[in-house]
Design a protein around this ligand. Structure first.
Ligand code: 9MR
Length: 560
């Protein structure tokens, strides 16, 4: 009779590469020393191993032991068995084990599209009517100018819903787009062959670039053509309720220009110029022009910070949706300067690149400086005017961080992953921290070809897919124990359907800012699969993008 499935066996719920690391973490299980791997096909034992010594969590009193069967190379479907105790979920060993996930991670953006209906042939059971045309958006009082006074009607359609809400925010679109454009720059051949079944599939540009274009066109419309400044967001005054997109019809506004939004915009447009050059040269040139205009605005307005509370004291209606406020725009300036420099090779931008203080800072919506350094490193062989000593220093800072990540995972982490070296990793959207650490490691792998960096990037993908302290695969519809009730309005408004597939939720966040009922306050366990929990169970484009990078990147390198 079948063994009981033990949720205390934590592993990537999709599986492993034949030539890759294969590890499971066994949590809090006394008196077990050995494990078996059993084939689903005929129940034969194909591998026997011993569990590692025990490691303790630094956040809780949990202890874990690792079952390492990395040297197993047979393909097929298997379970890991702890004799007399039980077994894991079934998993695959397959040379393209993350191919379907790669498609799902990208397709997630299609499901976030606004201003269009989703047809059954692309969206299946999640087909829905068109919504948010955004062709009659009002200029909010905070954004009024001589040419565009308060109440002026603008058109800024398309774009993706930011997250579980129905608004669009330039700052968050910035890092999202930069990350997705980097997928193309780092993995062009894999990206070209990845078909995801969207309306544009089969045209002469890769689906990835078709999807990015949907949001790029919206971003372009967020620039004030009169002065080059970029509005911070396009939003309703308050968040809409738990309804389908077409039922969310409140008035929408463009709100206040900001330096952060304008610099992020400049960076994205400069990078888009490179990426679209071969496919849509006119659009590419338009992007570069827009980037240059945005840069000039930011030079004239170096510190227009978005402060929602102060804004609400002066202007009506009050705006209470996501703020994405950032008090330090030096890193945004660095990112824009790097992208503009790489795209134009104009030394005027070189002098704005931060070269005195290049401490590593993991990319996030508020911290984008390293997005720029990644681009410099990506093109280092072509940047002959760039001071080589500085380039070497940037590279060394990154490699030092990568070595630190790898040694933490190898020597200390109870799941042998990079994620969770510090309670500070478990912020709102912590899963994007795991994914962005994976991206940093892939950059290090590109520079050194050291396999350990790639292994550790894959370890963080394993973390996201189940080798973690809650035992969830944090991606809807991929794995056995996955979020069923994400904070995502289009999923939450139709509770009888499975949530839209391929969405990565925020993940453990002991901040618990939503005040929902959590079972645990422990840093790496503070997660609840409940619509209520926007602080641990929301989905967002800036989490989906690094997740897509990590999944596609690993699959492009290892599978492909
Ligand atoms: O991801 C954002 C997180 O870093 C902030 O701490 C949080 C509170 O300001 O906001 C998060 O972003 C949300 C945004 O404000 C509105 N759309 C949903 C985003 C994800 O929760």
């Amino acid at each position: 009779q079948p063994l009981e499935v033990l949720e205390s066996i934590r592993l990537n719920q999709l599986g492993f590469y034949p030539d890759g690391a294969k590890k499971a973490a066994v949590v809090d299980m006394d008196g077990v020393e050995t494990f078996l791997v059993v084939s689903d096909k005929d129940n034969r034992v194909v591998y026997r191993g011993n569990l590692s010594d025990q490691r303790s969590s630094s956040f809780s009193d949990r202890v874990t032991r690792i079952a390492d069967f990395s040297d197993m190379t047979a393909t097929g479907h298997f379970r890991l068995v702890l004799p007399d105790r039980g077994q894991s979920y079934s998993f695959a060993i397959d040379p393209s084990v993350h191919e379907d996930l790669s498609k799902g991670a990208l397709k997630a953006f299609y499901f976030q599209r606004m201003s269009t209906e989703l047809l059954p042939e692309h969206a299946g059971e999640w087909a829905r009517p068109t919504a948010h045309p955004d062709d009659r958006v009002k200029v909010h009082a905070s954004a009024a100018s001589a040419e565009r006074p308060e109440g002026t009607i603008l058109s800024a359609p398309k774009g993706w819903y930011d997250a579980g809400d129905y608004n669009k925010y330039i700052v968050n679109s910035g890092i999202t787009m930069g990350t997705l454009l980097a997928v193309y720059e780092d993995f062009p051949s894999f990206a070209k062959k990845l078909g995801i079944g969207i309306p544009e599939s089969g045209n002469d540009i890769p689906d990835l670039l078709d999807e990015i274009l949907w949001n790029l066109e919206w971003m372009l419309a967020m620039q004030d053509p009169y002065d080059g400044g970029v509005y911070h967001k396009l939003t309703t005054a308050k968040f809409e309720g738990r309804v389908m997109p077409h039922q969310a019809t409140s008035q929408r506004y463009v709100v206040a220009k900001s330096t952060a939004a304008t610099l992020d915009f400049a960076a994205v447009m400069a990078q888009a110029y490179r990426v679209y050059q071969d496919f849509m040269p006119d659009l590419a040139n338009r992007c570069l022009e827009a980037a240059l205009k945005a840069w000039d605005w930011a030079e004239k307005h170096p510190d227009v910070l978005y402060r929602q509370n102060e804004m609400n004291e002066r202007y009506k209606p009050e705006v209470t949706t996501g703020a994405y406020g950032d008090n330090d725009v030096a890193d945004e300036r660095n990112w824009a300067a790097c992208e503009l420099y790489v795209s134009t090779r104009d030394n005027r931008f070189l002098s704005h690149i931060e070269l005195d203080n290049i401490a590593f800072e993991l990319p996030g919506w508020r911290t984008v400086g390293w997005m720029g350094y990644y681009s410099l490193l990506r093109f280092r062989d072509q940047l002959s005017d760039f001071p080589q000593g500085d380039m070497d220093r940037i590279q060394e800072v990154l490699l030092k961080q990568a070595r630190h990540y790898a040694s933490h995972a190898r020597e200390e982490n109870p799941y042998q992953v990079v994620m969770g070296q510090d309670a500070k990793d478990f912020v709102w959207g912590s899963n994007s921290v795991a994914a962005n650490q994976g991206i940093a490691l892939i950059q290090a792998y590109f520079l050194t070809e050291e396999k350990e960096y790639l292994d550790m990037a894959l370890a963080n993908l394993d973390y996201i897919m189940g080798r973690n302290a809650t035992g969830y695969s944090y991606v809807t519809g991929y794995g056995h124990k996955t979020p069923r009730d994400p904070h995502h309005r289009p999923s939450g408004a139709e509770p009888d359907k499975a949530p839209i597939r391929g969405l990565i939720v925020g993940g453990p966040n002991p901040g618990q800012q939503d005040g929902c009922d959590y079972e645990s306050k422990i840093a790496d366990e503070s997660y609840v699969d409940d619509y209520c929990s926007y602080a641990s169970n929301e989905i967002a484009i800036n989490w989906s993008a690094p997740f897509a990078y990590l999944t596609l990147g690993v699959e492009a390198i290892k599978g492909g």
